[in-house]
Design a protein around this ligand. Structure first.
Ligand SMILES: [Zn+2]
Length: 316
């Protein structure tokens, strides 16, 4: 076995998850630190990333491994070719426009791959997670928002700039719930955890009564609470409606779905699958719809995978 390792970093609004991964996808070490983005600036976040990369490198070298590349996944829209942040929301203040790939390369001396967090997540699942069996599948993350990535022949589909995969902003309901993208009725407004809380409220369950917790809502539904069950059924229909649109547009081999709600397992997935089967044209049916497998490791592992691919391509 080679002693080469890849550093992987996944920047979220709350935490930065990171780790050391070898060329075969074995996760050798992990390290999580708080992002604290709102209390800082672009420069404090950059300093934090430099320190984290240095710490990962020290850990690797202490065990006789040689870091050969760094992969970074980040919340926000990443301009893939230019290696900069095309746009980031107020979750990461000052992040828009940062030429992060060049900054990280300059500070670490390593070749760097930069990706959007949903693309990184998908590549982690494609490499060593639930997407391993397929070359072409769609990965969706159901969280505060809805992230997406089409994995096409083992690579993220970037589109013109790198912003491909914004499936959360497909409009499902004309004139529906307002979305922070400026449209109304986006899939994200129904399939995200935020959307689930709104569906609960519309279904007669005050979010405060369930502590604003999707987990509690699912517990109520499992216990047979009629309103909670109706909300989960409605939520599964909305999730399925987006998957149905994507099925007709892309005819994927599978869907891999991540995010905390997917821990609800078959209770949620059998509802999603039966709705999709009912909705799609018969010729399209039969793709797998499965939960993601790597949890919080997917992002940094996928970023590491992209860095490794970039190295193999000679693109560094
Ligand atoms: Zn939207």
């Amino acid at each position: 076995m080679s002693d080469n390792v890849i550093l992987g970093i996944d920047i979220g609004g709350t935490n930065i998850k990171s780790g050391l991964v070898d060329e075969t996808g074995r996760i050798l070490d992990t390290l999580t630190v708080p992002t604290e983005a709102r209390s800082g600036s672009r420069d404090t976040l950059l300093s934090k990333l430099y320190a984290l990369a240095a710490q990962l490198r020290e850990r690797a070298e202490a065990r006789g491994w040689t870091p050969v590349a760094l992969g970074v996944g980040t919340a926000g829209y990443v301009h893939a070719r230019e290696g900069r942040i095309g746009y980031a929301t107020s979750n990461l203040p000052g992040w828009t426009g940062v030429p992060l790939r060049q900054e990280m390369e300059r500070h670490t001396g390593l070749p760097v791959a930069l990706a959007n967090d949903a693309h990184a997540f998908a590549m982690g699942e494609a490499w060593i997670g639930a997407g391993r069996e397929w070359d072409t599948f769609v990965c969706i993350t159901l969280g505060t928002g809805v992230g997406g990535c089409l994995v096409l022949d083992g690579r993220p589909y970037y589109g013109r700039d790198g912003y491909g995969g914004g499936f959360g902003h497909m409009v499902l309901q004309h004139g529906g719930a307002p979305c922070n993208c400026g449209l109304t009725g986006c899939w994200e407004q129904y399939a995200s955890v935020t959307g689930l809380m709104r569906l609960a409220e519309e279904g007669g369950i005050q979010p405060a009564a369930i502590g604003h917790s999707a987990k509690t809502l699912f517990e109520w539904a499992r216990d047979g609470h009629a309103h909670a069950l109706a909300v989960i059924d409605r939520y599964a229909e909305y999730v399925a409606l987006g998957l149905t649109n994507l099925t007709h547009a892309l005819n994927p081999q599978a869907f891999v779905i991540g995010g905390a709600v997917t821990q609800q397992g078959e209770f949620l997935f059998e509802r999603i699958r039966s709705n999709v089967s009912r909705q799609v044209m018969p010729a399209y049916d039969g793709m797998a719809i499965v939960p993601a497998a790597l949890g919080e490791h997917a992002g940094f592992a996928g970023a590491a995978r992209l860095a490794w691919q970039r190295l193999q391509d000679g693109g560094c």
